[in-house]
Write a protein that binds this ligand. Structure first.
Ligand SMILES: [Fe+2]
Ligand SMILES: [Fe+2]
Length: 252
C-alpha cells in the first residue's frame, strides 16, 4: 500500500475529518456587524439552515481567548477590549488632577463600548453596560460624555477638539437629538462629572505616556460591584450585553 496506509485507515481518517468539520460549528456574524458592507436585507449564508449541513455556533468562538466561567471586568479588558491606553491615560490624568475615585473610574470606563462592543453612540452603550455595577453618577457621566464632547465649555477648560475637525470635517454638526440632550445635560446636577470626562479625554495618543491598569485595580475593586456569578451571568439588565461581548458570534 502507498504511504503505508491501508484503504480502511484512509477511509477512517477521512470520516474523522468529516465528523470534525461537522463538529466545528460555524461562527455567525450579526447583521449589524456587516450592515453596509453587505446589504442587510439579503439573507446570510449562515442564517438558519446551512446547505452544507454544518451546525451553527451556539457558544464559545475558538478564534477568541476563552474567558473564565465567571468573567470579571479585567478579563474583558484583557481579552475582549482593544488596548486600554486611551482610557488609562484619561484615568491617569483624572487621578493626577485629584478627582474623586468614582470620577477616575468614569474616565477609565468611558470608552469601553468603543473598545469592545459598538462604536456609534458608544457613550450610551457603555453607560448601559456598567449601570448595574456602579454609582449612578458614573453611568450618567459616561452617557453624558457622548454628548458633551461636541459642545465647548471654555470656562471649564474644554474646547471643541481639533481632532474632530480632522475626523468629521469642518461642516459636521451634531444631530438635533444630541443638541436636545445637551440642553438637558448642561443643567443637570452631575454636569461637571460628565464634563470632566471630556476634559480628561485624550484626543492625541501619547506613545510615551507611562500608564498601567495596576494603578486602578483597587479603584475598580472599591467602585465596580463585580457580580459573584461573573459579568453576563448575574441576570442584571445588561448581563446579555456582556454575554454578547463574551460570545459575539453565537447564532441565537
Ligand atoms: Fe468617548
Ligand atoms: Fe475617549
Amino acid at each position: 500500500m502507498p504511504e503505508g496506509k491501508s484503504l480502511a485507515q484512509r477511509a477512517d481518517e477521512l470520516e474523522h475529518a468529516a465528523i470534525a468539520a461537522l463538529d466545528d460549528a460555524v461562527p455567525c456574524v450579526s447583521v449589524i456587524y456587516t450592515s453596509g458592507e453587505q446589504d442587510p436585507t439579503q439573507p446570510f449564508l449562515h442564517t438558519f439552515m446551512r446547505p452544507d449541513g454544518r451546525k451553527l455556533l451556539m457558544g464559545h468562538d475558538k478564534r477568541l481567548a476563552r474567558l473564565p466561567d465567571k468573567p470579571q471586568l479585567l478579563d474583558f479588558f484583557k481579552h475582549r477590549f482593544f488596548p486600554a491606553n486611551h482610557v488609562l491615560q484619561s484615568a491617569t490624568l483624572a487621578k493626577k488632577a485629584g478627582h474623586p475615585e468614582k470620577v477616575i473610574l468614569a474616565c477609565l470606563l468611558h470608552d469601553i463600548s468603543l473598545m469592545g462592543f459598538i462604536r456609534g453612540d458608544h457613550g450610551f452603550w457603555a453607560a448601559q453596560l456598567i449601570a448595574p455595577y456602579v454609582d449612578e453618577e458614573i453611568a450618567w457621566a459616561i452617557r453624558a460624555h457622548q454628548v458633551l464632547r461636541f459642545f465647548p465649555d471654555p470656562a471649564a477648560g474644554y474646547e471643541y477638539p481639533e481632532a474632530y475637525i480632522r475626523m468629521f470635517g469642518e461642516g459636521y454638526r451634531p444631530e438635533p437629538y444630541v443638541a436636545a440632550a445637551y440642553e438637558k445635560m448642561r443643567r443637570h446636577k452631575w454636569y461637571m462629572t460628565g464634563r470632566i470626562i471630556t476634559i480628561n479625554d485624550i484626543y492625541a495618543f501619547d506613545p510615551n505616556a507611562q500608564v498601567s491598569m495596576d494603578d486602578f485595580v483597587d479603584i475598580i475593586g472599591r467602585h465596580f460591584r463585580q457580580p459573584e456569578e461573573g459579568l453576563g451571568f448575574d441576570d442584571s439588565p445588561s448581563a446579555h450585553m456582556w454575554r454578547t461581548i463574551n460570545w459575539p458570534t453565537r447564532a441565537l
